[in-house]
Design a binder for this molecule. Structure first.
Ligand code: PRP
Ligand code: ZN
Length: 294
């Protein structure tokens, strides 16, 4: 690990993560992939990384923006939905590419839903009153908002509301409660938030962590690719997979052939593989990358 200077060693960044729920595992996994090691499990209220000046606080996700604003935590990992709803003095540092979900309006399956006008005069149960109010205003809908903090999905079934607005990830919660999703209000994912004015030392620790997180994220979006090709195909294949600077070319024992190593974006590699096969590439291996620093 890189040497940290004296000032930083005495400083520690406290990051609030969800105590239990959808984002907890992903949050810890991301920090572990960033090479932070934690000595004890998630049953604790807090835990220190043994090899990086970070302490995790395990809190209810809905409370995290407030703790970050108050400076009890320096940073936090929450759903963008919670970040937007709470309207606290937090800044969004980075999107984290996990915990992807949507905040949606849902109605009982028996409802013959045609369009958003259906919501006029209805009552909506939600834990996201701010976001829902904004959405209704933008769409010129007059509806009641009934704020509840949990188990929103049971509200229509017990006669508390006509509809709900809640997080949908797999959709299984809606399904098992006889509801159907009818309007997407917001798309969301986990985000790293931080307090408005961190000390220079804390900011520098957070920047180091962010650098690691970005390296992990880039790596996830890319694959290391190895293939064999006839020498005359090296140039056209290089144009398809230019890699980080340029591909590595190694001669094969078989005359007129080379091994070409490069990096390819996960999202378009199937299409590229077809093009390369057409140029004579064979023995193609695609390997995950753990960290990637440009
Ligand atoms: C949300 C929501 C549902 C569930 C939906 O809770 O309230 O319970 O996720 O997921 P599904 O579509 O995969 O069934 P969330 O984890 O955001 O946390 P909360 O309990 O803090 O509201
Ligand atoms: Zn919550």
């Amino acid at each position: 690990m890189a040497m940290l200077n004296d000032k930083m060693e005495t400083e520690i960044v406290r990051i609030a993560v969800q105590k239990s729920g959808r984002l907890q595992e992903g949050s810890i996994q991301l920090l572990k992939e960033s090479s932070l090691r934690f000595s004890n499990g998630k049953d604790q209220l807090k835990t220190k990384a043994v090899n990086f000046p970070v302490e995790l606080l395990f809190l209810r996700d809905d409370d995290i923006p407030q703790y970050v604003e108050d400076g009890v935590a320096d940073a936090g990992i929450v759903g963008e939905n919670v970040f937007i709803e709470k309207q606290k003095n937090n800044k969004l540092v980075n999107r984290l590419n996990f915990g992807i979900c949507r905040l949606s309006l849902a109605v009982p399956r028996s409802v013959e839903y045609t369009n958003i006008q259906w919501f006029n005069g209805k009552n909506i149960a939600t834990s996201y009153p701010f976001i829902v109010r904004q959405f209704l205003e933008q769409n010129n809908i007059q509806a009641g908002i009934h704020e509840i903090s949990g188990s929103v999905e049971i509200a229509p079934g017990i006669g508390l509301a006509d509809a709900i607005c809640d997080i949908v990830s797999t959709g299984s919660t809606l399904l098992s409660n006889g509801l159907k999703e009818v309007e997407v209000v917001l798309r969301s994912e986990a985000v790293l938030i931080a307090g408005p004015d961190l000390s220079a030392a804390k900011q520098s620790i957070l920047d180091k962590l962010l650098f690691r997180i970005e390296a992990v994220q880039k790596a996830k979006n890319n694959k290391y690719i190895l293939l064999n090709c006839p020498n005359e195909a090296i140039e056209p294949i290089t144009r398809i997979i230019p890699g980080m600077k340029s591909p590595t070319i190694l001669p094969l024992a078989k005359k007129g052939w080379s091994s070409l190593h490069s990096v390819v974006d996960e999202n378009d590699f199937w299409e590229k593989i077809d093009q390369m096969k057409a140029l004579g590439a064979e023995g193609i291996l695609v390997i995950p990358i753990e960290k990637m620093i440009l």
